[in-house]
Write a protein of this length. Sequence first.
Length: 615
Amino acid sequence: MLTFAPIRALVVMGVVIATFVGLLGRVAYLQTYGAQQLVRRADRQQHMIERLPARRGTVFDSVGNLLAGTIQSKTVYADPKFMFQSYQEEGRSLVQMDDDVAKLARILDKDAFEISQLLSDRQDARFVKISEHLDDNACKAIEALDIPGIGLMPASERYYPMGSIAAHILGTMGGDGTGLEGLELKFEKVLAGKDGSKRTLKDARRRGIFVAAEDYIPPDHGKHLILTIDANIQMIAEQELAASCEQYNAKRGEVVVMNPQTGEVLALANWPTFNPQNPEDSTMENRRDRAITDPYEPGSTFKPFMVGPALQWGITRVNEVWPIKAISYYAPSHRTVTDVHFYGPLSTWDVLVKSSNIGMSMLAERMENPRIYKAITTFRFGSKTGIELPGEDPGLVYPLSRWGRKSTESVAQGYEVMVTPLQLARAMCAYANGGRIVQPHIIKGVLDANGSVVTRSSTTDLKLLPEAVDPVTAAEVRRVLCDVPIRGTARGARSNIWNVFGKTGTAHISEGKKGYSPTRFNSSFIGGAPAEDPRLVIAMVVHDPERKLGHYGGTVTAPYAVRTLERALAYMQVSASPDLPMPPPQIAGVLVNYDPKVYRRPPIKPPQATASVQE
């Protein structure tokens, strides 16, 4: 006889209720979240989403030469999981799969065993890159094999057709296709564009069947940059800088060439250089754009930027004679200032031409520190130029509160201040264009992917730019500096075609707490041409040349800087200069060893042949 057991009944009832609740939960899951999951899984199985990479913008020089472009290539990849499943479902053996892989390896010129091993090690992976940068013939051969799980996808490769020319301006690219240095970094968003996408219905072998209109988003290709750089002038500047650095076994060097009327940078180079196509073959130090990132103490190339304001403010005159009595001078600051050569009393004109430290110290003492500070900051030393390149350093001009007892003479000789070659070139532009501070720029314009102008660099009227000195003073200083290659510190660099104005510099290198090295120097030259109508300004700096080979700016840099100007002016088809006017009698009478004959121009020789980057 069966008896009713309440406990057993409750257990059975509990099991029934739990089962019912579980079934309800499962139904609810399948009707809501589970359904969404299943739909997404089915969608992934039936569709594939492809990224449509945007083509990176191109970089051109000012006359249309290609500096950086993008080559479209393809990458072959494998879906190992799908590949193994396909061969199993089709009843094909792994031996057949290995045979197909061997055919693929022959096309790619790779080891078949290595590819097979790679696929075996990653059987559950959905994407394995096999080879990059394939040409059209290889792609067609791979498609003809029709191997399940093997596909091709578009890829872009950055291409620098001119090799190392303008390398520090252009910069480099990372392995992920983004800019790391130079313009590639600064204009990453402009050049890169925005990727698109395509959602394709596929068959069982993952081959595309159909793309709905709403599933296609085209890529927004990158914009193109037009630079102010002229590749021919850039090549000339790089060649002459390298020649100087190699001739004198220097550690490094920089050169900047500018249009003084517009502020356009026509060339900017560093030595040693590198090939942006293969950045891994260079060091980070060699890739630094030191023309804008590494300030240094300029030495005597700094002197014109104190003399000009002093002339304008009436502190001195070009024919004032300074009582220089010996090769050394004991200054009021209780320091001894020494000249390289002793000429006796010197006029302000010859203080610049002969680069007298004593004469500059005497002038600086009369100016006093506040006016010295005003003079050099008027030329924008101590502030960035604003050029469109990353990493620019503002240089260093201490506030007056930090000037010491000996700062007057130090600054007068180009010490206790730090400048970049670009800042020196910008300042010299003021003497070339009538006294105005131009804005250095390297971008001429931006084009969209179709070649239409998006932005264009505006040219500001010189009269609206800040004034460093008045036009009369600018012309006066420029004429004084014309004597530097004729009867001054750069006599070996005189041009026989154009009137060149400039200033040399030879500065001891600071070694920190050890003081200034007696055997290591920075050799430099800043200048421009033609003096009567300046078209170009140049600043060339060579660091730490081997002293036994030569270390003076007039020897190490001036000849190469002037040759850069000559070759560039010849390329630009600028007419030869007329005879340089001789100093007027009231000035000629106070010049050291004045001889009118030295102003006679040597017989004109044809300028050095200038090869074109297009040859």
